[in-house]
Ligand binder design. Sequence first.
Ligand code: ADP
Ligand code: MG
Length: 254
Amino acid sequence: MLQVKHLKASVSDDSGNTPILRGIDFYVKAGEFHLILGVNGSGKSTFGKVLLGSSQYQQIDGSIKFLGEEISEKPTFERSQMGIFLSHQSAPALEGISAKEVLRASDKASAHKRTLFRFKKSLKESLSASGLSENFIDRDLNVGASGGERKKMEIASLLTIGAKLAFLDEIDSGLDVDALKMVSAGINTFSKNKENAVILVSHSETILKYVKPTHVHVFCGGRIVASGGMELAEKIHEEGYASVQDCEACIKNI
Ligand code: ADP
Ligand code: MG
């Protein structure tokens, strides 16, 4: 589904270009669930944004193929239409447009646009899977919404618009245990479909009680410094990052 080869990206700012991603190789097949770990500032969020073609960054080397097609030159909306979804770390509020209208517009613009009847059915299922009420999505998008409601709204969007690859960046941060269970159930509903795949960035062990990644990667200094199965995550949670990487060398690289 996703083939990222030797991806290098830098931030476009006034001081010229600061490299952030320094050669990422990352492969995801349909049905897989990848967990990304890594110290703060190691490039995890940048990776998600570069996958979606954020204008904040310049891809300076490497390739990104999604469903067999090179997407490096494609604008964000086309990558999204092809089925890549990036959750917001702090989703914005928009006055004057309801959450339902945003979801319907996203569905209409997607490659898998549904009839109104099928959209409504999918919306109903997504709301029940993410724990949001009909009342919430009739309100202006995220206006006055709690952190938990915003995260649930991200999951409802993921499920409604029929994405194939979900990049979920700290979707569990700041959630109480009930909201965390609901968001996890939504992620599991998505990943139950073996045509889909998930990339989850998380610092917390708690979400791993409810979702089951198949692959684990550790980012450091804009590179992947270790990959494995859940035993890698367990080692890091018990013994810290220094147990799987030479932190000083990584930091020097930054
Ligand atoms: P992580 O998600 O692993 O905590 P990030 O991808 O957010 O890390 O950031 C990686 C590094 O790139 C950090 O040092 C961060 O300050 C820098 N960075 C990311 N985005 C920008 C930006 N838009 N402008 C300047 N620096 C940035
Ligand atoms: Mg981040």
